[in-house]
Design a protein around this ligand. Structure first.
Ligand SMILES: *Cc1c(COP(=O)(O)O)cnc(C)c1O
Length: 338
């Protein structure tokens, strides 16, 4: 396979290599709506155990997994408290509100990605006919590549328990958090009632997310998944990619984090750029707005694919190696070294 270039737009762009494809080809399958697919069941059980939860439910996308999670927690007219920058609020086409009749109560994220405890507390509505019913707090980890601190998670868990609210984690990149913290996944997921984990980001599969929670929660979620069209059939072919990823692509996330740090260090030497400090595999770089168009062209000519903006996100992943980092730094340098 010839890589199309150095694609730093997202960690969703990875393509399955020969090992993953072989695992997919050999997968034992069955009709998963009948619960007959052993490979799906194995993936759900394995991922749930890793997250410290009782059960899992395989879905095609993280968007659907979050939606089903929210719809399982919240009834029509309920409300969920969520970050202004959260994927579920910003980037899922308003699904919770439109399909779930769940009112979002957005809170501005702090610089570190957390929802400040005082603001969350203040947003919880009293039980009164004037208000939507506060039901759930949804967090995201990592968010913008930032890791929610473990002591903060303890605080939010206490608040949720005191207020009688459920806690959902959009853990699309929660493995990145666990690997960066050098802690097991269940520690990072501890105290959440549900967590949605993407296999198609840093873990490198073509598709798939797993929603984890209690057995009872997942049985209820299964109905909502059917309703939104996520009941798939011989989908062990995709689940096999997920199992392969759990075996081969988790520990190596540390390498993606190292690559983001190397990229940051290289770009920081260019005076015109304002370069962030990556905590995981996501690096933000501020580019003088007047340079964006010309720089995007310059990079593209050198095979470097970006979504260049004044505030650009560069994401490292499975298909970005040491040499690619070096080439990227060199391409930025050559633009500014005139
Ligand atoms: C990618 C992502 C999702 C889900 O995305 P899909 O493309 O629908 O799989 C959800 N939350 C976060 C934080 C994500 O990055």
């Amino acid at each position: 396979m010839v890589p199309a270039g150095i694609d730093l737009r997202s960690d969703t762009v990875t393509r399955p290599g020969p090992g993953m494809r072989a695992a997919m080809a050999q997968a034992e399958v069955g009709d998963d709506v009948y619960r007959d697919d052993p490979t799906v069941i194995e993936l759900e059980e394995r991922l749930a155990a890793l997250a410290g939860m009782e059960a899992g439910l395989f879905m095609p996308t993280g968007t659907q997994s979050n939606l089903v999670g929210l719809m399982t927690h919240c009834q029509r007219g309920d409300e969920y408290i969520v970050g202004q920058n959260a994927h579920t609020y910003q980037y899922e086409a308003g699904g919770a509100a439109i399909l779930g009749s769940i009112q979002p109560q957005p809170i501005e994220n702090a610089e570190d990605g957390t929802l400040p405890i005082g603001k969350v507390r203040a947003a919880i509505k009293p039980r009164d006919i004037h208000f939507a019913r506060s039901r759930l707090i949804a967090l995201e980890n990592t968010i913008g590549g930032k890791i929610l601190p473990l002591p903060y998670l303890e605080e939010i868990r206490t608040l949720a328990r005191e207020a009688g609210l459920a806690l959902h984690l959009d853990g699309a990149r929660v493995f990145n958090a666990a690997v960066a913290l050098e802690r097991p996944l269940d520690v990072v997921c501890s105290g959440f009632d549900s967590v949605s984990i993407c296999l198609s980001k840093g873990l490198g599969t073509p598709a798939g997310s797993v929603l984890c929670g209690s057995r009872e929660f997942i049985e209820e979620a299964r109905r909502w998944r059917k309703m939104v069209g996520g009941g798939m059939r011989q989908v062990g072919i995709l689940a096999a990619a997920g199992l392969y990823a759990l075996d081969h692509n988790v520990a190596r996330l540390a390498l993606d984090h190292e690559h983001a740090r190397l990229l940051a260090a290289g770009l920081a030497e260019i005076g015109a750029l304002k370069v962030g400090v990556p905590q995981t595999n996501v690096l933000f770089v501020e580019i003088p707005p007047g340079d964006v168009a010309a720089l995007a062209g310059h990079l593209a000519q050198r095979g470097i694919i970006t979504s260049l903006r004044p505030s650009t996100r560069l994401v490292t992943h499975l298909d970005v190696d040491d040499a690619a980092i070096g080439q990227t730094v060199e391409a930025f340098r050559s633009f500014y070294a005139v």
